[in-house]
Design a protein. Sequence first.
Length: 253
Amino acid sequence: MDLAERISTLRRLNGLSARQLAALVAVAPTTVTRIEAGAVSPSFDLAQEILMVLGEPIGFTGVADAAAIAAARLALDPALWIAVTTQVNAWQQRWARIGLVDASGRAVSGKEPDLLFRAGRAARLTRRAGALDFLPGPTAYEVARTLGMAGIGYALTGDAGANLYRSSAGEAWPVLYVEDVGRAAAAAGLVPKSPGSFGTRVTLIPFDGVSELGRADIDGVVAAARDQVILDAYGGIDRMVEQADILVGRRVA
């Protein structure tokens, strides 16, 4: 797939019009349409920015942009202790250009689901910095309870986390934030998955000072904050998007 086709395909998968994508990267709408038509080639920096906001950095090797997570969490809960860095401010400005946040970086009323969707796409679960995959076997709840008994901090997210907030479907991919990936994997007896392999897995993601903020104890299991779970489900795979839609009221369970 060449760059023009890739951008066009990803834009549609992200549910964006050419005008909205243009606004996100601060170029004229005609620039996006001409790039997608193959009439012009974007500079490396512009191509990288376009693919970054679409959640697929150049080369498929880039990590998820944690600043998008921070900007979204702050937009929904300004009381969170999260620094507004240059990168966070850049996301606030991008989202302001398409009407998701106001001038102060707060979420526009009624746009919260769209904001979480955009943040989730920009910070895909498969690209989280420091994340490690392990062979499938234990459920998310089994891993969570093991970590709890071992005194290791964690926060369940993804579809299993969504089920804690509103039961709707089974888990497809256990994902947990943990304070120490090595200790957590050893405590839960997880076996590393071969790098680059596909299929089902268990994923542990190290605490980043944002994603694990606002944890909630639900029936003895610690879950990430509801907003974070929705964001992660939107950035996940399989039925996770459906789970997120149920949590924000876009679908009926």
